[in-house]
Ligand binder design. Structure first.
Ligand code: NAD
Ligand code: UDP
Length: 336
């Protein structure tokens, strides 16, 4: 399949000052697009986009997606939502609002503009999965009333809204279910496992494994993920001769590791003397997670992750090492 791309679009990226959003914006600008980043800076940081300050094709708007946005663009990537458990549990009502009202507002905008719209969904829609690895046809195993529900159910409801706008209003949607992704520009104190372990190891602090560390995750390096976003978004619509596939598609790296294995890799790669300590396993923490990425491979020109965990960790460790030596790590948002 040949990929098709019309250069120089005006593209809105919500959540563009965050970890994934800022990498996405770099790629869009590098290929010639104009980018508007809308972000309320809840978990994002100006630092992630400060290198774009004087870029002639970049614009930042401080905006909360739970309110409507009036703007003219050709495409929308909707990434606005805190992604780490301590951030999304900090104000759970706001998290659900961000996913649900944010989706309604961005879908309304896309409908008025007849613009293609991408949704950053998540492997959390599968909850604590009883099917392994997870295929897109699996409906999931989600607790609707637990501490993770504000995120999981918010993202599930957003998917529902995307597919209803697609069916009801013929909106051109692209829904990607993202599995754990890591890399430079993760928030150093956001509590996600890769950033936590690396920062702890570099500071010589205890490495905190929750539970026995036998739960698994599959870790995707950010560059691979963003390549998947762009290929998915660039698939032509059905009337242009393409598959016009709305999704959902899984995007992630199928390499699966226990959390204990990750801790050992980080210790080894940093040469740290940190000790491993165990802390209680949070409620509803999924026991296993691995994407089946066959659908993405078939649709997206053979897309598959190129950076494996050892190499990706090296790049991420180098980033945090620089960040810590500059003293730019900011304090925790405490869980509610
Ligand atoms: P992040 O926290 O670094 O970025 C999220 C961005 O959204 C931040 O810049 C934040 O300030 C902004 N934001 C939050 N609430 C907002 C609101 N109401 N209005 C406007 N902006 C708001 O997280 P990330 O890892 O970059 O995640 C980006 C998206 O990808 C999220 O939607 C997340 O759910 C999804 N996702 C990420 C992963 C991952 O492993 N990184 C996995 C699955 C899904
Ligand atoms: N985890 C851990 N120690 C930490 C942070 C996380 O053992 O310091 C575990 C967490 O319990 C979960 C896994 O690592 O089993 C991944 O956690 P993360 O918050 O990165 O993502 P998610 O649970 O949303 O996949």
């Amino acid at each position: 399949m040949t990929r098709h791309y019309d250069p120089r679009k005006r593209i809105l990226v919500t959540g563009g000052a965050g970890f994934l959003g800022s990498h996405l914006i770099d790629r869009l600008l590098a290929r010639g697009d104009e980018v508007v980043c809308a972000d309320n800076l809840f978990t994002g940081a100006k630092r992630n986009i400060e290198h774009l300050h004087d870029h002639p094709r970049f614009e930042f708007i401080r905006h909360d997606v739970t309110f409507p946005l009036y703007i003219e663009v050709d495409q929308i990537y909707n990434l606005a939502c805190p992604a780490s458990p301590i951030h999304y549990q900090h104000d759970p009502v706001q998290t659900t609002k961000t996913s649900v009202h944010g989706a309604i507002n961005m879908l309304g905008l896309a409908k008025r503009l007849k613009a293609r719209i991408f949704q950053a969904s998540t492997s959390e829609v599968y909850g604590d999965p009883a099917v392994h690895p997870q295929t897109e046809s699996y409906w999931g195993n989600v607790n609707p009333i637990g501490p993770r529900s504000c995120y999981d159910e918010g993202k599930r409801c957003a998917e529902t809204l995307f597919f209803d706008y697609h069916r009801q209003h013929r909106l051109d949607i692209r829904v990607a279910r993202i599995f754990n992704t890591y890399g430079p520009r993760m928030h150093p104190n956001d509590g996600r496992v890769v950033s936590n372990f690396i920062v702890q190891a570099l500071k010589g602090e205890d490495i905190t494994i929750y539970g026995e560390g036998q739960q698994t995750r599959s870790f995707c390096f950010v560059d691979d993920l963003i390549e998947g976003f762009l290929r998915f978004m660039d698939l032509p619509k059905a009337q242009d001769g393409g598959p016009g596939f709305p999704g959902p598609i899984n995007l992630g790296n199928p390499g699966e590791f226990t959390i204990a294995q990750l801790a050992h890799k980080v210790i080894q790669q940093t040469g740290s003397r940190s000790r491993i300590v165990h802390r209680p396993l949070p409620a509803d923490d999924p026991m296993q997670r691995r994407p089946d990425i066959s659908r993405a491979g078939e649709l997206l020109d053979g897309w598959k992750p190129q950076v494996q965990l050892d190499e990706g960790l090296q790049l991420t460790i180098a980033y945090f090492d620089r960040l810590l030596s500059e003293g730019s790590a900011t304090p925790h948002i405490q869980a509610a």
